[in-house]
Design a protein around this ligand. Structure first.
Ligand SMILES: Nc1ncnc2c1ncn2[C@@H]1O[C@H](COP(=O)(O)OP(=O)(O)OP(=O)(O)O)[C@@H](O)[C@H]1O
Length: 258
């Protein structure tokens, strides 16, 4: 095991869960991120909005270690330098990511999907032999309640609606007990009712997790009722309540007015 000595931790990162400062990423000379700086506090839910190409996916890729920044600082929990770690190490710190397209195991039941996700590959063996312990079963029941799928527990994931598959995948993230959930466009393709329910569901999850949600659906972002960071051309254009950023002429011009 290598000891991580937080040598030159910026003091300002100390009381944040997620800290990005001056992060830039170039692809063939094009700056997808350009001096991106923002922080997320422990226990906070933050919405990230911005036009296509603003850098939202690249930002998620940097946080999860999929893409290395050319310059800039990225700290988790105040002291862990994420730019030094690979994707697996970052995931094991408790940063869980949900991509836009659900990737549940279609031929398994809702229950088994959650069981498999509960604490990773180490547990596949007990699951195969039906040996998930009482604590594990209690945790799955709790997650089923949160993701509104208790009544579908024995259904094959293939038979769920698109919205329910998204909820199941959020549940699979929860099963890994992350400190920070990164959720990419969760309501794309959902019905209005599912979208409303998803805002409620994420607000419940945010009571005991930190969450970063990327989303284009403004009705949904309003329902979340959280601070919003507006990205544009790889950096932060505006930040604050949705009402605050909606009143910013620059935000209207590059995004909301479109
Ligand atoms: N691997 C790559 N190679 C070259 N260019 C890339 C790469 N990844 C992203 N880009 C470019 O960087 C810019 C930012 O892309 P990114 O996907 O982060 O934006 P986004 O805000 O997530 O957009 P969307 O809302 O469409 O998902 C875009 O112009 C994109 O074409």
């Amino acid at each position: 095991m290598t000891l991580q000595v937080p040598a030159a931790v910026p003091l300002k990162a100390g009381d944040t869960l997620l800290y990005l400062d001056g992060v830039s990423v170039s692809f063939d000379g094009f700056k997808a991120l350009n001096g991106l700086s923002f922080t997320v506090a422990e226990g906070e839910m933050r919405a990230i909005i911005g036009p296509n190409g603003a850098g939202k996916t690249t930002m998620m890729d940097v946080i999860t270690g999929k893409t290395r920044p050319d310059v800039g600082e990225v700290y988790f929990g105040g002291t862990t330098d994420l730019t030094k770690l690979d994707e697996a190490a970052i995931a094991s710190l408790g940063i869980g990511r949900k991509f836009q397209k659900p990737t549940v195991f279609e031929s398994h039941t809702v229950w088994d999907n959650l069981d498999l996700a509960l604490s990773g590959p180490r547990r596949v063996f007990p699951i195969l032999f039906g040996r998930t312990d009482a604590e594990g079963r209690r945790r799955i029941e709790e997650i089923l309640e949160t993701i509104r799928l208790t009544h579908r527990r024995d259904a094959l994931a293939a038979g769920l609606s698109h919205g329910q598959k998204q909820w199941l995948e959020i549940g699979m993230l929860l099963a890994q007990d992350p400190r920070l959930l990164l959720v990419d466009e969760p309501v794309a393709g959902m019905t209005d009712a599912e979208t409303e329910e998803t805002a409620r569901l994420l607000r419940e999850i945010a009571c005991d997790h930190s969450v970063v949600v990327v989303e284009h659906d403004m009705t949904f972002v309003r329902d979340l009722g959280v601070h919003v960071t507006v990205l544009h051309e790889g950096s932060v254009l505006a930040e604050g309540s949705l009402d605050h950023v909606s009143a910013d002429e620059r935000v209207v011009e590059v995004y909301l007015g479109r």
